[in-house]
Design a protein around this ligand. Structure first.
Ligand code: SF4
Length: 361
């Protein structure tokens, strides 16, 4: 047995990986990659069986005007840039009504952090959506948006979180995490909340009874050591709060991003890295039930292979994703459950629709 295969066997026997060991696995090459992938698939089977889940959801873009202008993002713009927009009530309700007619159970806000928005703006948006899409679960607002609303309103972040929950927020987004290592954040997203604030705010949300996703945006500037540190932070939070519903792995889509154009980032992760991120997450995050593959970013064929590398969730139908499209990704808008069924049945697994909180529909 190689060092890698005995480590994978130990994990399957109940051993909890350390951060340096996760780094070692993330750096694996050649056939070792498949050993890790195979171990992760076995772990997935033990933890969640053969069911593959998806949520019927729709992304709703409110604005692409953003105070952060992160280097890895092709979506955010200054208000004066070509193509900048900020939708009004009528346009937001039109998108929400369409989502409702499509029988979605979740609307996911995907927007820039508009410098002029406040807590009241966020509450208005939720009310406008619920007025035309009653009962739909709103999944919105990252820790960075919570911090922004608190700053604008001279409030504390727990106060913002409590108001958002009272006014109809279903779950908070675990986005804006990117890589939770400040030396990396300084390069890829210097205006976003630092690691300590992200961790504090997500824990505040969990403590207030708002669950969230966890995310990792990998394959830009960071190292395997940084990725492992990030996963360790997520595991520690989950030990404390059990508030994460899933890990969403987000490969860097590079083409139209300033970071790539300035030579500061590589051209996104390779297929090996995509598989290892899922597989190592499955093995390392022993307190997460669900590992999600982002079909809109890796494509349908890689998505199917990802389901054999530790992933058990296909995210949502989405219907629209300008964030990936504007960064240079293609084929990212809509995935029909019939196409999900085809790739899932082909590997002898079962597709089930779920809610945002992983109850079967
Ligand atoms: S990643 Fe989000 S916060 Fe950063 S520029 Fe893009 S829209 Fe703005």
């Amino acid at each position: 047995m190689t060092g890698i295969s005995s480590l994978v066997s130990d994990v399957l026997a109940g051993y909890r990986l350390t951060t340096p060991e996760a780094t070692l696995l993330l750096k694996a090459k050649g056939r070792d990659t498949l050993t890790i992938v195979s171990g992760a698939d076995e772990m997935r089977e033990r933890r969640v069986g053969d069911v593959v889940t998806y949520v019927r959801n729709q992304n709703l873009h409110v604005t692409n005007i953003c105070k952060n202008l992160c280097g890895f993002c092709g979506f955010g713009r200054k208000a004066t840039d070509d193509g900048a927009y900020c939708h009004d009530k009528a346009a937001i309700q039109k998108q929400a009504r369409l989502a409702y007619e499509r029988n979605v159970t979740e609307i996911c806000l995907l927007s820039g952090v508009h410098p002029g928005f406040s807590l009241d703006t966020y509450i208005d948006i939720m009310h406008w959506i619920h007025a035309v899409a009653p009962g739909v679960h709103i999944h919105a607002f990252s820790p960075d948006e919570v911090a922004h609303a608190a700053y604008r309103g001279k409030m504390t972040t727990p106060e913002v979180i409590a108001r958002l929950k009272e006014e109809g927020l279903g779950t908070i987004q675990g986005t804006a995490a990117e890589i939770l290592v400040d030396s990396v954040r300084q390069v890829i997203c210097p205006r976003k909340v630092p690691t300590a604030d992200w961790v504090r705010i997500i824990k505040e949300a969990h403590t207030a009874g708002l669950r969230s996703t966890a995310t990792i945006m990998y394959g830009s500037y960071e190292t395997a050591e940084d990725q492992a540190r990030h996963l360790a932070i997520l595991r520690d939070i989950q030990d404390e709060t059990n508030g994460f519903t899933e890990l969403v792995t987000l490969p860097f889509v590079h083409t139209s991003t300033p970071l790539y154009q300035q030579g500061l980032a590589r051209a996104g992760p390779t297929g090996r890295e995509d598989l290892l991120m899922l597989a190592v997450s499955r093995l390392f995050l022993d307190n997460f039930t669900n590992i999600q593959v982002a079909w809109g970013k890796v494509g349908l064929k890689m998505t199917q292979i990802a389901l054999l590398a530790g992933a058990n969730d296909l995210a949502g139908t989405m219907f629209t994703d300008d964030v990936t499209g504007d960064a240079g990704g293609s084929g990212s808008d809509y995935l029909d459950p019939a196409d999900m069924e085809r790739i899932v049945a082909d590997i002898r697994r079962r597709l089930r629709q779920r809610t945002t909180l992983y109850e079967f529909v």
